[in-house]
Write a protein that binds this ligand. Structure first.
Ligand code: NAP
Length: 320
């Protein structure tokens, strides 16, 4: 249960963006609550190794998320383990509803709900989820020691996860729909140098097949020739990007064509006092460090917003 009904700031989502926002909000003496339905840390907890967060040459995603959490807790950030089901913008204040029906109100809201893995939407994917189909190598890779696994995708996630899986599996086959990867050069170099990783270019998975209730093969289609083939595998790891978790974004907030929230440089959306940060926001690159930076910017801007509002200098009714 929340400590109070009215806050200066409510942060929804406890990934690197939300936790950073919490740290900066507490430093600005804002009455703040952060609400997270799962364990704090967000997607970062599922990264085996993070080696591009400045100040840490190598750290596991889990350890980095613990560091963020402990830092926020040091500032006495109130963290509520609950699900937000609705965000209602208001003229004077914004309100949110929790799964149990409780309503909390605040001058400002920071949405830090991140994104979810995109699905292939092929036959067998849903039915075999947890039985060989996975969207998280760190969570499920252990079950594929000395086996053959398929990784689908050509971005940073697919490359990183293929490299992680190659430490466990006997063989990793990366299937990409084009003839060039989207992943950063350093990851590509590591992929190409890894003797356990093979790449099948210009191919898509059209079906995931099972035997005795577990994945045993996929159907592939060559994107150039249209030729079909079957490939044996024990697991299918899908990393083809993700979609923003924008279900709570209220009507009136401007989204881009892909559903990401458009913000200004303060990370404020088209509704005053409602901010969006991290992977939910339209931006050039998606990185832990950028989510953390977004959290800082939004919290500082929210603090300024709350101060100005208290002094009566903001007309909430005026749209941006
Ligand atoms: P991404 O960069 O959007 O890459 C998605 C990949 O999946 C692309 O190669 C895409 O192919 C492919 N794809 C998309 N839909 C497909 C479909 N239906 N069938 C087959 N293939 C499909 O996504 P991501 O790798 O998850 O990365 C998301 C963001 O997080 C990026 O900004 C990335 O840089 C960042 N990230 C960074 C790190 C890091 O720096 N260490 C780690 C992970 C993620 P095309 O190339 O043909 O479009």
């Amino acid at each position: 249960m929340a400590n109070r009904e009215f806050y200066d700031l409510i942060i929804i989502g406890g990934g690197p963006g939300g936790l950073s926002a919490g740290i900066y909000a507490l430093r600005a003496s804002m009455r703040t609550v952060l609400i997270e339905k799962a364990a704090p840390g967000g997607q970062m907890t599922q990264s085996d190794e993070v080696d591009n967060y400045p100040g840490f040459k190598h750290i596991s995603g889990f350890d980095l998320s613990q560091n963020f959490l402990e830092h926020a807790q040091d500032y006495q950030l109130e963290i509520l383990s609950d699900e937000v089901t609705e965000l209602q913008p208001g003229i004077d204040q914004h309100s949110i509803r929790l799964a149990g029906g409780d309503v909390l109100k605040a001058h400002a809201i920071i949405l830090a709900t991140g994104g979810s893995p995109r699905k292939l939407n092929v036959s067998g994917e849903d039915e075999l989820y947890g039985k060989g189909v996975s969207y998280c190598a760190v969570c499920d890779g252990f079950f594929f020691r000395n086996k053959t696994v398929l990784v689908v995708g050509g971005g940073d996630s697919a490359a990183e996860e293929a490299l992680y899986l190659s430490k466990l599996a006997n063989k990793v086959i990366l299937v990409h729909r084009r003839d060039a990867l989207r992943a950063s050069m350093i990851l590509q170099q590591r992929l190409f140098a890894d003797p356990k990783i093979d790449i099948i270019w210009n191919a898509v998975v059209t079906k995931i097949k099972s035997q005795d209730g577990a994945v045993h093969a996929v159907d592939l289609k060559d994107t150039q020739s249209g030729a079909q083939s079957e490939l044996s595998t024990d697991g299918v790891f899908i990393f083809i990007g993700f979609d923003p978790n924008n279900q709570l974004v209220p009507a009136g907030v401007k989204l881009n064509a892909d559903g990401y929230v458009c913000t200004d440089e303060k990370r404020e959306s088209s509704i005053k006092g409602i901010f969006a940060i991290g992977d939910l926001r339209e931006k050039y690159a998606r990185q832990i460090v950028l989510s953390a930076a977004d959290g800082c910017t939004a919290a500082l801007a929210a603090a300024h917003f709350v101060e100005t509002k208290r002094s009566g200098h903001i007309d909430m009714a005026q749209s941006k």
